[in-house]
Design a protein around this ligand. Structure first.
Ligand SMILES: [Zn+2]
Length: 389
């Protein structure tokens, strides 16, 4: 007896779900999750396999309790709240009894300067076409909205995001006095920066967090006032701020001193600097270079959900993991970070000729059964680019 196309589709969906369930459940059996000490004061949230929304307001008393939940319900995405609550399980935000909320920063590699309109490979799961573009919502060939992003963000953009993370960490240390700062790869295309907060920081309101963001990004900062270039002052005779100075003056000074390749012991006026550089100093350009690209929404939202370090980010199938500051300079997204190591047989739903994804070359037609590394199999099967074979 042969299956009708509807039955066939249904069977494929069940096979796919089962495959993802097995892989994720096996992963969470052993995964080292970095959990806060106050687990029972945090809200947990998951996005289940093949479910568009989130299941929120989960609460666990211990890591064991969380783990047994994860083995039975292995999620595509797993989060806990930045906020600490008296009643994390209550679904009414007003009644949760918020005690405080950690300060978190999110740097997204497709939002950093130069990568805002970067084009990535997409696939239409309806007609099987490959398309290039930024966040394509509709297939240009068949009009279907069943279009998905196939490849990770290009290396140059993740490196640029790394530079933003380094700039942010420097400001958090120098201007805010944070000593312990952790950086995590988000498992997809960015970095999360978590400074260790004491009680005073935990209590900051959204408005106060928004002011911190404005300071860090430089939005609304009056550069001429910072430097002291009033109309009555002869700008050319003003000294360039020293890189050692605190705040925005130091940040601007650092860029200008670097540009001039000058030791910060030396004092130099704007006039002298322009002669040395052989060009006029454009303060707005310097300001742009000093500003830091961070996602304001994430930091300002006191009820934000944070991806749990050690959990899998279902968008790419890579885990969230801590990364050292020095590693940011050469970081690349690749299969070595994937927990799915075994090769897998998959049946392709899309034709891909001479494409390289996660560092693996693919050359196959729709309907082909191919053997590929586990990391790519997870990515393909989770997105529907291929089915388990
Ligand atoms: Zn299409």
């Amino acid at each position: 007896m042969s299956l009708t196309s509807h039955q066939e589709k249904r069977k494929r969906s069940i096979d796919r779900k089962e495959w993802l369930f097995q892989k994720l459940s096996a992963y969470y059996e052993k995964a080292k999750l970095e959990l806060p000490d106050d687990i029972n004061s945090r809200e947990f949230a998951v996005q289940p396999i093949d479910y568009k929304g989130y299941v929120r307001h989960l609460s666990f008393k211990s890591e064991d309790e969380l783990r047994s939940f994860l083995l039975k319900n292995p999620p595509m995405h797993l989060y806990y709240s930045s906020a600490i609550y008296t009643f994390p399980e209550i679904d009414d935000m007003e009644k949760k009894g918020m005690i405080g909320s950690e300060i978190i920063f999110d740097i997204d590699a497709d939002e950093v300067p130069g990568c805002e309109s970067i084009e990535q490979l997409h696939a239409c799961l309806n007609c099987g076409s490959l398309l290039y573009g930024k966040s394509i919502k509709k297939c240009t060939k068949c009009g279907s909205q069943n279009v998905i992003e196939v490849e990770p963000i290009p290396k140059e953009c993740i490196l640029k995001a790394g530079i933003e993370a380094k700039k942010l960490i420097k400001v958090l240390r120098k201007d805010f006095g944070f000593e312990k700062i952790k950086i995590y790869f988000s498992g997809n295309r960015g970095f999360h920066v978590h400074p260790k907060c004491d009680d005073e920081w935990l209590k900051l309101t959204s408005e106060e967090r928004s002011m911190i963001i404005k300071y860090i990004t430089g939005s609304g900062v009056n550069i001429e006032r910072i430097i002291g270039l009033g109309e009555s002052i002869k700008g050319k005779n003003m000294y360039i701020p020293n890189p050692k100075e605190p705040g925005w003056r130091g940040r601007l000074g650092e860029i200008l001193y670097k540009k001039m390749n000058l030791n910060d012991e030396k004092k130099i006026t704007f006039g002298e600097a322009e002669v040395l550089l052989g060009e006029k100093i454009n303060l707005n350009d310097i300001m742009k270079m000093a500003s830091i690209s961070i996602d304001e929404k994430v930091t300002v939202d006191v009820h934000r959900l944070i991806r749990i370090p050690g959990s899998i980010n279902g968008k790419l199938g890579l885990p969230v993991f801590e990364i050292g500051e020095s590693e940011l300079e050469s970081f690349s997204i690749n299969c070595s970070y994937s927990p799915f190591k075994e090769d897998e047989d998959v049946k392709m739903n899309v034709s891909m000729q001479n494409k390289e994804i996660l560092g693996i070359k693919i050359n196959s037609l729709k309907g082909d059964i191919i053997k590929i590394p586990g990391c790519l199999a997870f990515l393909f099967i989770s997105k529907g680019i291929a089915d388990p074979a």
